[in-house]
Design a protein around this ligand. Structure first.
Ligand code: HCA
Ligand code: CU
Length: 404
């Protein structure tokens, strides 16, 4: 009998050491998800949404279960309209209006009916000198003034320390302290250029947490491919909100994808989040459909290849028990399991194919078929979906499990 798993990924996991129990340790704080597909995602080259598309994405993200949805109302009148409509849509998620540290931007957010805003100002010297051409003193004063202005209207606000990862640590600590004192309800520590390593992000969060107890957001760019790892290191150090986007869209190469972050938190940390994980694949497809930007087949969790098995040894194992090569049941994230037939097929794959065709033949015929597929030298020939509940067509011999 082949083994199938429950669609609850927390119980459906392959028993694994991962590496000893400390990796499954719970996080210091319950982690929240802020999805910024509609703000950071729209900064991705080639991406722009219509108001209707923005609303559909927001509605789906809300139903999926993210805590916050971020949008920028200041880009254009259409963005302002989208933001306003989202505020009025009665979603459970908090809508966060992302603006600059300018009174006129805060006024736009207020016009939209925002309760929560996020405002950003650079804190690294490279940005202050070359991007904004202001002194540290001016930067601090501008930041405090903007926070006080927003608070005077009773807004909740996150203050983003743009380019925090390249800022002078003492200056960063002092800005964090000052804006928290001025009333910021959250502080975002972005790795704006994606230059941190996980231990660096851990140290950054720990350092800031020593001077303020304001809740911390993590916004990690993926320039070296470390965004997810850095975000996880940051929550291990006590941050409690991770920024994501569908398909990882964002400026340059983007930020961690919603799918990666959700599965990492559920699977590795057993976070008790009420998320409709089975929507992940549809969310990814929705955004690819709207934008025409197709995700890579090797995109984790939602990619076309995420649960596709090819080598004879892998297919043989999957037919016996999917847990051998799958971390979660594909259906639990709305994806599908497929096996690839062709040059690399083994006799177990061939036997499975024969059984699907209603041909209950023996090992010799399966072997002949596998040889036949190899001898064509045509690489991959076709793929077939393999159901979640497998009727085992595995051959009795498990010699193939050892074959290279
Ligand atoms: C940007 C800024 C930002 C802000 C992140 C945040 C960054 O690209 O315009 O508000 O938490 O990466 O620093 O996206
Ligand atoms: Cu960013």
């Amino acid at each position: 009998m082949s083994q199938s798993y429950s669609s609850d990924i927390a119980t459906g996991l392959t028993p694994h050491s991962n590496w000893y129990n400390d990796v499954n340790a719970s996080l210091p704080k319950r982690v929240h998800l802020l999805d910024t597909t509609l703000r950071e995602g729209e900064q991705s080259p080639g991406i722009s949404f219509t108001t209707r598309q923005r609303l559909q994405i927001a509605w789906m993200l809300d139903y999926f279960g993210v805590d916050c949805i971020e949008i920028s109302p200041i880009i254009s009148p259409e963005h302002e309209e989208s933001c306003k409509t989202m505020m009025e849509a009665g979603l459970s998620a908090t809508i966060v209006a992302h603006v600059r540290t300018l009174a006129k931007d805060i006024d736009v957010a207020r016009r939209c009916g925002a309760d929560w805003i996020a405002m950003y100002h650079s804190v690294s010297d490279v940005h202050l000198q070359h991007k904004l051409r202001v002194s540290r003193e001016v930067a601090v004063q501008r930041s405090i003034d903007a926070v006080e202005y927003a608070k005077s209207y009773g807004l909740k606000l996150r203050f983003t320390m743009e380019d925090a990862s390249r800022a002078d640590p003492d200056f960063l600590k002092s800005v964090c302290t000052l804006v928290s004192k001025a009333g910021a309800d959250r502080i975002s520590l972005p790795d704006t250029l994606g230059v941190l390593r996980p231990m660096g992000m851990y140290n950054l969060v720990q350092t800031v947490r020593k001077v303020i107890d304001t809740p911390i957001d993590l916004h990690c760019h993926n320039d070296i491919g470390l965004a997810l790892a850095n975000a996880l290191a940051g929550v291990e150090a006590g941050a409690d909100q991770i920024h994501t986007s569908i398909n990882g869209l964002g400026e340059r190469v983007g930020i961690p994808s919603l799918a990666e972050v959700a599965i990492a938190l559920k699977l590795l940390y057993k976070e008790d989040m009420k998320l409709r994980l089975e929507m992940l694949h549809d969310l990814s497809e929705l955004v690819s459909g709207y934008t025409g930007v197709v995700t890579s087949p090797s995109e984790p969790i939602v990619g076309e290849n995420a649960y596709k098995h090819k080598a004879g040894t892998h297919v043989a194992a999957i037919i016996r028990s999917p847990t051998a090569y799958e971390i979660i049941p594909p259906k639990s994230v709305g994806n599908r399991r497929r096996i690839v037939f062709g040059e690399l097929s083994g006799k177990n794959g061939a036997a499975h194919l024969l059984s699907i065709l209603g041909m209950k033949l023996g090992e010799t015929e399966a072997m002949q078929m596998a040889q036949g597929l190899k001898s064509l030298h045509l690489g991959d020939l076709f793929e077939l979906e393999l159901s979640e509940t497998l009727e085992s067509a595995a051959l009795q011999s498990d010699e193939e499990g050892q074959q290279e």
